[in-house]
Ligand binder design. Sequence first.
Ligand SMILES: Cc1cc2nc3c(=O)[nH]c(=O)nc-3n(C[C@H](O)[C@H](O)[C@H](O)COP(=O)(O)OP(=O)(O)OC[C@H]3O[C@@H](n4cnc5c(N)ncnc54)[C@H](O)[C@@H]3O)c2cc1C
Length: 285
Amino acid sequence: MKPAAFTYHRAESVAHAVSLLGELGEDAKVIAGGQSLVALMNMRLARPSALVDLTGVRGLGHMVVDPSGSLRIGALVTHSAIEDYPLVIPGFEILPRAASLVGHWPIRTRGTFGGSIAHADPTSEWCLVAVLHGARMVMEGPGGTRTVGPDGFFEGPFMTCLGHDEILTEVVLTEPRERSAIREFARRAGDFAIVSAAVAYDVSDGVVSGARVALGGVAPVAVRSPAAEAELEGCEPVPEVFERAARAAAGDLEPPSDLHGSADYRRRLARVLTERALADTLAGD
Ligand SMILES: Cc1cc2nc3c(=O)[nH]c(=O)nc-3n(C[C@H](O)[C@H](O)[C@H](O)COP(=O)(O)OP(=O)(O)OC[C@H]3O[C@@H](n4cnc5c(N)ncnc54)[C@H](O)[C@@H]3O)c2cc1C
């Protein structure tokens, strides 16, 4: 399969990319790792008239912890760079594990963190992590820079608030947590998950604080589970509490039914995966 004809433009900077997108009009698209876009183009599900290639732009490949403890990830950081990052990033230990669940190794070497967030697949690991860690998406466009949280950024499956002439430059993960884990279920290794669950919390005076539970594949976008978080908050991190929280997570949901699984199946997966992810947080105890 071959894509429809397009023109190719290599951006030299973020400002250059923004100006190219403005000149080339609404049918132009940014390309980063190409691991989602090229497949869509080959299947003619996307027919951009022009591609603006970001891969030569400097300054989008950083992973930096800022003084508040938040982690700034440049849009062009690849999945494999996160998987193989040589240092442990305190409060974000979930990242290498989440990266290892993205597709297959060759995809991870080219696909980018920013591309995943901009693509907004409802079961993308990075969209789930963005919701878990209250991410701030930083975008650059003709009007300057703006920053939007997950509720404003993710508008639906494969839909975000990014304008056609805006570039996602950085994602800031906030709310570092001492303990975190991610679980997902996919039919085959490397497939997109049917349902995924990510959890994070701190422990102070022997009880859970700052509990976060996020689920993917159960709604048009990844969501948090306030009911599960409430079950965890202030309780000892023990299996009985985890079981209650997992039930609460599943009870909170109205998942879609499709050819990959019914709503009931997804609800069950949400319960089991949440409980397993919470159990994983005890691995180091
Ligand atoms: C076989 C296979 C299995 C996969 N499995 C998984 C999986 O399990 N989990 C998962 O999450 N992903 C999976 N993927 C997708 C992969 O993670 C992609 O890398 C990712 O979705 C997109 O990143 P990219 O850099 O390749 O973006 P591209 O494909 O280049 O772009 C994707 C979209 O994002 C836009 N875009 C990219 N970067 C920016 C930016 N900086 N600013 C604005 N817009 C931007 C593009 O215009 C395009 O619309 C899989 C892909 C394949 C081929």
